[in-house]
Design a protein around this ligand. Structure first.
Ligand code: NAP
Length: 312
């Protein structure tokens, strides 16, 4: 099969489009013919070599952990799926990834794809959508009527978080650059703070949940706007756990999990017209290098998709 691989850790220039070995199925795996995948920051963090577990990966390594495609083969222990099923999911990030024509995925990590959108749009959903869902609902315990502050609201995870928080009935405040204000209001934000020209910590108070996708100083300042007992949920780690505790707040760092029940909830909301993936750009798989260079700049609006099969 064709795939984009790396033969050593390094810059985006390590990404090579070439022939690679077709994945072998374990008993619980399905073989998915990939129609599209998408870029997440974990892809270039792993590529750089500094990501935890980098010494345990084998080359040539296939990056990418979003998939939308069609089942072509079933492992001997697979139940509930058939050949020809259209599925999506976030495969195990410790295994070979999805910048390829095929991937082997455990059937307990996938769900049926939303019916109302194509594979190209679906591929933008799993990793970022699961991260947003689990971050704000499971860890942030967001309830209707509460106030949530979402940092990096215009990015891959943030665009799902804004829509899901609004759907839940929360008051949604996002941080983004000024050019993204109108877009985020249209997506469901009640307020957008231009992080380049305004200090959110001077404007806000009594926030119930902060969803932090940035870390560093942004996270430190977030403690000034949370109410006592408020929850700081971060995808990038809690910088100073003692400070969080001393202020009577709760700090949660988490890694999103591949839960089919959450994938199904996301698919249902998409089919009901209550959630939509935001696509910055669609590139062919061969252009993974260019896609990484763009994503690494840190200003993607929504998601960059890599198309493997043109299903339009
Ligand atoms: N723990 C997990 O399971 C998990 C899962 C997914 C992601 N993550 C991590 O979460 C982080 C976010 O992921 P992502 O996919 O959403 O990234 P992304 O799509 O690359 O984020 C890009 C967005 O960040 C915004 N941004 C950059 N600096 C900002 C700042 N100082 N304040 C507010 N917004 C800012 C940009 O907005 P402007 O263009 O308006 O500047 C852009 O829209 C990454 O570090 C990723 O590795 C962790």
């Amino acid at each position: 099969m064709k795939a984009v691989t790396i033969h050593q850790y390094g810059s985006a220039d390590e990404l090579i489009y070439e022939d690679a070995q077709q994945p072998e199925l374990k008993p619980n795996d399905v073989l998915v013919k990939i129609y599209a995948t998408s870029i997440n920051p974990i892809d270039w963090k792993v590529r750089g070599g500094g990501y935890p577990g980098s010494d345990q990966r084998q080359f040539p390594l296939i990056l990418g952990w979003d998939v939308s495609g069609v089942i072509e083969k079933l492992g001997t222990e697979v139940t509930g799926f058939m050949i020809g099923d259209e599925v999506f999911g976030r495969p195990d990030t410790k295994r070979q990834g999805t910048y390829a024509e095929y991937v082997a995925v455990n059937f307990q990590e996938i769900a049926r794809k939303p019916k109302s959108i194509d594979h190209t749009h679906t591929a933008a959903v799993p990793l970022a959508g699961l991260t947003a869902w689990q971050g704000i609902f499971d860890h942030g315990k967001l309830e209707a009527g509460q106030k949530i502050l979402i940092h990096a609201a215009a990015g891959g995870v943030g665009t799902y978080a804004v829509q899901l928080a609004k759907w839940k009935g929360a008051y949604v405040i996002g941080t983004a650059s000024e050019s993204n204000t109108a877009f985020l209001m249209e997506l469901g934000a009640d307020e957008v703070i231009d992080y380049k020209n305004e200090d959110f910590s001077k404007k806000l108070k009594d926030i119930d949940v902060v969803f932090d996708l940035i870390g560093g100083e942004v996270q430190t300042k977030s403690l000034d706007v949370l109410k006592t007992g408020g929850i700081l949920v971060s995808t990038v780690g809690i910088k100073d756990e003692e400070a969080v505790k001393a202020k009577g707040m709760i700090g949660v760092k988490y890694m999103a999990e591949s839960r089919p029940e959450n994938l199904k909830q996301l698919a249902d909301l998409i089919d009901e017209g209550k959630l939509r993936p935001v696509i910055a750009e669609v590139l062919p798989l061969e252009q993974a290098k260019e896609a990484h260079k763009k994503s690494e700049k840190g200003h993607t609006k929504g998601k960059i998709v890599l198309q493997v099969v043109n299903d339009k």
